[in-house]
Design a protein around this ligand. Structure first.
Ligand code: F0G
Length: 448
């Protein structure tokens, strides 16, 4: 293990305050802005080439080499090995999706799906939780909390159990798919259903954590985002260290997109890659704050000088209208993404773009992904729904190489799947047929 040389830093250039990693913070105590984890790379022995990381993979008896997150530990070097918590996260594989690509009119060899549903709690969140809880162990936290549309709470509950912390979940009443709620309850989390939506829960949990000194594991936690960088490393690994042309990810609270941008600019700065892929972030049309701010209001990173007045005016309008986001993709039903500013930076780094897709488009795309044998929950399918637009308007060429992040497992939200198929909500519906309890009639039906 190389020397640890990491610190926390406020992203606001007018502030730029720095803090030791032993401090538990989810906002800059001086100006309230977001925090980054920064590294003094020269003090860390980073492998000379990315393929060196993959050599650890077959070493299954070493829990850190086996972890799809900690295999890349020099690139998130904030925690001593003995404090690292792992339950085998990140055993996810980049799947080549030839059938789906052909159906979308693309070069069949160039579409890849990074299936994060294979994680222990069934979503990409485990990549972040292993990092956040390792930090929690470092600072000897005893109690953790999060606001969640479901997957964060499932992952938090699982990791809190793994390292003996208390876990409290804040969820919007009626706003969470049952697959996810069942996990939080089953893993013993204290679950508080608030009469409100995710944005309300997010506000409440921050105040609770400030007042009660509880360890917050939402993506405001900069250590959590360090773990999520590894999703990009594994995509590169799956492509034998070649850089795809595009990464496509759903946008909710914008933690993923923020960490993807950081992953690529760090790799570039380290000389481990020579170019960064472009990033497409796909919102649900019913929760499209990022799309509106970036595409309509032209909000930009602007070399870290973000126009806060634009953001405040936009949120002021949402408040005045009593606006509440609404989408079948409940995981991304968020109108005040806490990582907005870091996401603007990622868009800048990756020459990124933002699009929105309707619920019907999400459900159709989800069924198309599913019919080739690799299911996902609705939010994840926003990627393919978005890709269809980007192919149609020529933003993405048919021969470009694309990796879509399928963020959550198909079983997270079975209601959405069963309703789509059984109520024939779209052209890809595969409804069950009714049969009498009679062999001849069943066989006749099967021959029809
Ligand atoms: N996909 C899934 C399956 C998610 O659960 C989430 C976020 C996202 C995409 C959006 O990712 O926030 O990084 O932009 N779910 C959070 C939760 C909000 O509470 O589980 P993001």
């Amino acid at each position: 293990m190389s020397k640890i040389a990491a610190y926390q830093k406020c992203i606001n250039p007018a502030c730029g305050a720095t803090f030791d990693c032993m401090q538990t913070l989810f906002e800059c105590p001086q100006c309230g802005d977001l925090l980054d984890i920064c590294y003094e790379w020269d003090k860390t022995e980073v492998p000379a080439k990315l393929s060196d990381f993959a050599k650890r993979w077959p070493n299954r008896l070493n829990r850190l080499d086996f972890s799809g997150v900690w295999r890349f530990r020099e690139l998130l070097n904030f925690c001593p090995d003995e404090k690292k918590i792992s339950v085998g996260e990140g055993q996810t594989i980049l799947q080549q999706a030839c059938g789906l690509a052909a159906e979308l009119g693309m070069n069949p060899h160039n579409l890849f799906l990074q299936y994060e549903g294979m994680n222990p709690s069934g979503s990409f969140k485990d990549n972040g939780m292993t990092a956040a809880f390792s930090h929690a162990a470092m600072v000897k936290a005893v109690s953790s909390a999060c606001a969640s549309t479901g997957n964060t709470s499932a992952a938090m509950a699982l990791y809190a159990k793994a390292c003996g912390l208390k876990a409290t979940v804040f969820i919007g009443a009626g706003k969470i798919a049952y697959g996810k709620l069942s996990q939080a309850m089953d893993y013993g989390a204290y679950t508080i259903q608030i009469q409100g939506d995710f944005d309300d829960c997010m506000r409440q949990v921050q105040d609770v954590c400030r007042k009660m000194n509880i360890y917050l594991v939402n993506s405001l936690n900069p250590f959590r985002l360090e773990g999520q960088k590894t999703i990009m490393y594994r995509i590169l690994e799956g492509l034998n260290w070649q850089i795809p042309d595009w990464i496509i990810a759903p946008g909710g609270n914008l933690g993923n997109s923020s960490s993807f941008g950081k992953a690529f600019w760090e790799l570039k700065a380290l000389g481990l890659i020579d170019r960064v892929p472009r990033l497409a972030i796909i919102n649900a049309a019913g929760a499209n704050t990022l799309t509106e701010l970036v595409n309509d209001h032209k909000l930009r990173w602007n070399n870290s000088h973000i126009d806060n007045a634009k953001i405040n005016a936009y949120y002021g309008k949402l408040d005045a209208a009593g606006y509440k986001p609404h989408t079948i993709a409940s995981a991304i039903e968020i109108s005040r993404p806490v990582n907005l500013k870091k996401c603007l930076r990622a868009l800048d780094v990756c020459n990124g773009i933002v699009r929105s897709v309707t619920d019907a488009e999400i459900l159709d795309a989800k069924a198309q992904i599913g019919k080739f044998g690799l299911g996902c929950e609705p939010a994840s399918a926003a990627t393919i729904a978005g890709l269809k637009y980007l192919l149609a308007d020529g933003t993405i060429g048919k021969d470009e190489r694309i990796a879509c992040v399928l963020t959550g497992h198909v079983l997270k939200d079975p209601d959405a799947t069963v309703n789509y198929h059984s109520k024939k909500q779209g052209p890809f519906a595969n409804a069950p047929v009714q049969a009498p309890n009679d062999l001849d009639k069943i066989i006749a039906l099967m021959k029809a």
